[in-house]
Design a protein around this ligand. Structure first.
Ligand code: GLN
Length: 265
C-alpha cells in the first residue's frame, strides 16, 4: 500500500513539473511576459467588414488594425494570425481563450470592460448617421423627435446598435433593424427598408463612396475610443501588447498607418 502511495506521489510530482515546464514555454513564446493560445503566434479575431480598419483585399485581411497588429507582433517576436468572425463573436472568442485579442475598431465601453481588459486607445471613432439624399432626417435630434418612429439600420452588437437601442428603441421612439454586416445595413438603406444607418464614420465614408444617393449627416451621434480587447485574466499578454502599442504610438508608426488609409479631405 505504502509503495503504491509513493509511486502515486512520484507520478503526480512529475506531472506537475511537466505542466509548469510547458506553461513556462508558452509564456516564453511571447517574449516580454504574456502567453498566447498558440505558441509563437498572436491570434487576433476581427470582423473584416469594417473598412478601412479591416477588410478583405484579394485573399488577405488588410487595414489599419491589421497593420498595427502586425507591427505589435513583430515587436514581440510573434507571428500574427487574423481570424475573421462575426462582430458579436469577437468578445466571446477572447474571453473563452480561443483568441489572444480582439481588434476590430472596437469601442471601449463600461459594459465591455466588465468582460474584457482594453489596451491603450489607438484611434477615435465617431458614430454618424447615413441617410438617402433628400431625407427628412437632418440631424441626430430628428431621430428622437416625438412620433418620428424611424426605422434605423445598425450592425448587430456594435455601439451603433447599443446606443440607438437604449436611447431610442427602449424609449419607444424608433425601430432598430440589426444586420450582421454594416454593408447589409447600408444596402437596406439604399432599397428603402430603413430610413437611416447609425455606424462608425470611417466605414460610413467607405460605404457611401460605394453607393449612389447616400450622404453622411454633419452631426455626431457619439464620439468614442478604439482599443484592443483581452481576456481579463491574461494581464501578462495585455501588458506586453500594450507596451508594444505605446512604443508604436510614440514613434509615429500608428499615425503613419492611419494616414495611409485615412486621407484627410
Ligand atoms: N466601434 C463599433 C463598436 O465597437 C463598431 C465596430 C465594428 O463594427 N467593427 O461597437
Amino acid at each position: 500500500m505504502k509503495k503504491i502511495m509513493r509511486v502515486a506521489i512520484i507520478i503526480l510530482t512529475l506531472a506537475a513539473l511537466l505542466i509548469s515546464v510547458s506553461a513556462c514555454q508558452r509564456r516564453a513564446a511571447a517574449g516580454s511576459g504574456g502567453f498566447t493560445v498558440e505558441e509563437g503566434v498572436l491570434v487576433m479575431v476581427t470582423n473584416a467588414e469594417f473598412p478601412p480598419y479591416e477588410f478583405w483585399d484579394g485573399g488577405r485581411i488588410v487595414g489599419i488594425d491589421a497593420e498595427i497588429a502586425d507591427a505589435i507582433a513583430n515587436k514581440l517576436g510573434l507571428r500574427l494570425r487574423i481570424d475573421d468572425i462575426d462582430f458579436n463573436a469577437i468578445l466571446p472568442a477572447v474571453t473563452s481563450g480561443r483568441a489572444d485579442m480582439g481588434m476590430a475598431g472596437m469601442t471601449v465601453t463600461e459594459e465591455r470592460k466588465q468582460s474584457v481588459n482594453f489596451s491603450t486607445s489607438y484611434a477615435t471613432g465617431v458614430q454618424v448617421i447615413i441617410v438617402r439624399d433628400g431625407s427628412p432626417i437632418t440631424n441626430a435630434d430628428d431621430l428622437s423627435a416625438e412620433g418620428a418612429n424611424f426605422n434605423i439600420g445598425v450592425q448587430e452588437a456594435t455601439t451603433g446598435d447599443l446606443y440607438t437601442t437604449w436611447d431610442l428603441e427602449d424609449e419607444g421612439l424608433a425601430t432598430i433593424h440589426r444586420f450582421r454586416r454594416g454593408a447589409d445595413a447600408v444596402q437596406a438603406l439604399v432599397t428603402g427598408r430603413v430610413d437611416c444607418v447609425v455606424i462608425d464614420n470611417e466605414p460610413a465614408k467607405a460605404f457611401v463612396a460605394m453607393n449612389r444617393g447616400l450622404r453622411i449627416l454633419d452631426t455626431e451621434f457619439a464620439v468614442e475610443n478604439y482599443a484592443i480587447a483581452f481576456a481579463l485574466e491574461n494581464t501578462a499578454l495585455r501588458d506586453a501588447v500594450d507596451g508594444a502599442l505605446r512604443d508604436l504610438i510614440a514613434d509615429g508608426t500608428v499615425q503613419r498607418i492611419i494616414d495611409k488609409y485615412i486621407k484627410v479631405d
